[in-house]
Structure formats: C-alpha cells, structure tokens
Design a binder for this molecule. Structure first.
Ligand SMILES: Cc1ncc(COP(=O)(O)O)c(C=O)c1O
Length: 383
C-alpha cells in the first residue's frame, strides 16, 4: 500500500505577487500617516453615491442561498441578456474562464485591468499584448491568429469604447474557429445601449458584468457571466455551489430591479464626470480619456502629482505605463471643494492645507509637509 503524504510547503507551486489595485486606502494611510477617515479616496472608479442597501432579512443570513429567488431573472432583465450566471464579482470569472480552455493565443490590452492577462497566463495561455487593446484596424484582419480576444469595453483606465459592429465582427471571426471573444463590461452600466449582452446566446461570446462600479457595491462581490448555457454550466461546475452569499443575492436582486434609480444615476454620473473633466482641465490636467465613472490623465508628472495630492490626503490611482493618473468621482460638495483645493495647491506650488485639522492633530499623524516614505511603484495598468 502506498503511504498517503500530506502536502508540504515544498509542494506548493510558486505564485506571483498580487497585482496593485486602487482603493487600498489603509496602505496609503500608513505610508502618509494620515488617518484613514481623513482621506478623500478617488483611487477607484466606484460610484461614490451608490445604491442604498436596505436592511437584509434574517433568512438571507440564516438559510443556504437558493437559485429560485429571482436574482437571475432580475439580472437578465436589467442587462437584456438571454441567460447568465452570478459569480462572486467579475474577478471570480476572470480567474476561472481561462481554465475552461486548452492553452492558446490570447489577445489582451496592454493598458487595462491586468487581472485578465495574469489569469490567462497562469492557466498556460500565450499572451499577445495589444497596443491600444485593438487587434488591428484592418477590416477582417482583427482577430486573426488569436484563439481568444479579451476586450475591456469601455476600457479602464483609457475609457476607449469599441463599437458593437466591430466587436461582433471580431466575434464572428473567432467563433468560426472555435475561439472566444470575452468582453469585460464592468463599466458599461452608464451606456447600456453599447452592451453586447443581448447577443450572448451566440457560442464563443462571453460578457462580464459587475455590481462593483455603477451601483457602488464593490464590497458585496457580485458579478455576472453572460454566455451560452454550455459555457455557464462549465463555469458553474468549476466554481461549485453557493458562489454568492444569501445577503449578496438579496441586495443584488433589489439593486438590479431598481430602474428609476438606474436612470437617475446614469444622468447624475454623466454630469459629475463632465464636471470632473472640466475641473481637472482648469488646473492643467486635461483628461486623455475616461468614462462616466472616472477621468484618466496622461502626464509625465504622474508620480509627483500623486505624491503631492496624497500629502493632502487625496488618493488617486497612478499607472506607470503610460505615466498617468486616474481620478474617480468625488461624492458630495465638500469632496469637490477638497479636490479643487488640492489641485489649486498643485498649480500654485504650495504645500496645501486640504487635510482636516483632525488629521494633522490625530495621534500618529504628521502634517502634510513632512516627508513620506517613497512610493512603491504601481506596476502599470488598471485596477
Ligand atoms: C475593468 C474591470 N473589470 C473587472 C473588475 C473586477 O470587478 P469586480 O470583481 O468587483 O466585479 C475590475 C475591478 O476594478 C475592473 O476594473
């Protein structure tokens, strides 16, 4: 009889370090010694005025989650999708989809949410890094030589949007060879008319949606995979039962059914994003791109600007390649005023006084003019 050996640390496969992400406010707070509660966090593309979560019934906590609670129907209606699978944030699907295919050539955007590239690479696929995220502007040439094309539409952080006709054309080319077009629509809720959701009964077309951005519910960890029933079954089997908690299912169903809130929010985010673009431009930071949830500014000064804003307790997301900053939307007039004051200090080359006094006086904090430890490089690319 063979002896059964328990795995030891030596048998663990080596794992790459985690990627950088926006929203890591505690890390920034420790680095700049400013208490977490005194920051203006603009480092993500999350709606600062998200859907208000009501009280969750006790049964949602106490019982095992059941699929017949109406969540799938509500989501399918909201997205206009023929069928979908709820997942614990679109990140769960990003990590699992690559394991459903034999290794192949996968086109991923050079600038964009890098968890995609990481997941395909870890599953043994060969990456083809696409400049601008586009496999080619030649008609018919686009997806040649790829087994999978990954498009983030709109892209984070560039804000680039691909027209539906181009995407459907790429999908047709890929599907004819058994390939996939995967479209990450995490930032699509503000422009639902551009979504490929209605076409996801076509084999080889997979769309990912998220409740984390538009609904401002990043913490609840809810996303959806829109695709054929075969694809959904394969993914469901890989993820196992109860991928969403009962409270998450409850909250997601209500948020996805609240169309008056969705409509009003689309309009208010559009206004807020235009206001942000104008404000940044007023201070010489003209956006290179953006969506209704963030603005993206390419500038060689990105490290210095991030640092100087951080010393005032304003946290923005920096990318290395290309050197750039992403600004999320401030929520409420006090936050807008604080951002403007921070930008004014940048423009006037003064240290600024944007941190509330409490921050300066809080134990363990130090004034913005003190020297913070050097920034760890944020390795390119969007999160
Ligand atoms: C483009 C994009 N896709 C997907 C995700 C993952 O989002 P979630 O797992 O919260 O749905 C993010 C998170 O920042 C993102 O920026």
């Amino acid at each position: 009889m063979t002896a059964h050996r328990l795995p030891t640390a030596g048998s663990l496969a080596p794992t790459p370090p985690p990627l950088e992400h926006g929203g890591r406010l505690r890390e920034a707070a420790a680095r700049y010694r400013i208490p977490v509660q005194n920051w203006l966090d603009l480092s993500t593309g999350i709606n600062p005025d998200g859907w208000a979560v009501p009280e969750v019934p006790g049964t949602a906590w106490a019982r095992l989650p059941e699929e017949e609670d109406g969540l799938e129907d509500a989501a399918a209606r909201c997205y206009g999708a023929p069928g979908l699978l709820p997942v614990a944030g679109s990140q769960a699907a990003i990590q699992s989809l690559p394991r459903l295919r034999v290794p192949g050539r996968v086109g991923v955007p050079k600038v964009g949410y890098q968890e995609h590239a990481r997941a395909w690479q870890r599953a043994g696929h060969t990456l083809v890094r696409l400049d601008g995220g586009d496999p080619g502007d030649e008609p018919g040439a686009g997806a040649d030589g790829l087994d999978v094309l990954l498009v983030i539409n709109p892209n984070n952080p560039t804000g680039r949007v691909w027209p539906m006709s181009r995407l459907l054309d790429w999908h047709a080319q890929l599907a004819a060879r058994g390939g996939w077009l995967v479209v990450d629509e995490a930032f699509m809720d503000t422009t639902p008319q551009d979504s490929l959701a209605p076409y996801t009964d076509r084999p080889g077309l997979i769309v990912l949606r998220s409740l984390g951005k538009f609904y401002g519910l990043a913490g609840v960890r809810v996303g959806f995979v829109l695709g054929t029933s075969d694809l959904r079954e394969a993914l469901r089997s890989q993820l196992g039962p109860w991928t969403l908690s009962g409270p998450a299912r409850h909250v997601a169903r209500l948020a996805l059914s609240d169309s008056p809130w969705q409509e009003a929010t689309r309009a208010s985010l559009r206004r807020a994003s235009a206001r942000l673009a104008a404000l940044l431009s007023d201070y010489g930071l003209v956006p290179t791109g953006g969506t209704d949830l963030f603005q993206w500014v390419c500038t060689a000064e990105a490290p210095a600007i991030q640092d100087r804003l951080a010393r005032q307790g304003i946290w923005v997301r920096r990318f290395e390649a290309p050197p750039s900053l992403r600004f999320g939307l401030p929520g409420g007039e006090a936050s807008w005023a604080r951002l403007e004051s921070g930008l004014r200090c940048l423009a006037s080359d003064t240290p600024g006084d944007a941190i509330p006094r409490a921050a300066v006086e809080a134990p363990g904090s130090r004034p913005f003019s003190s020297v913070a430890p050097p920034l760890a490089p944020a390795n390119g690319d969007a999160r």
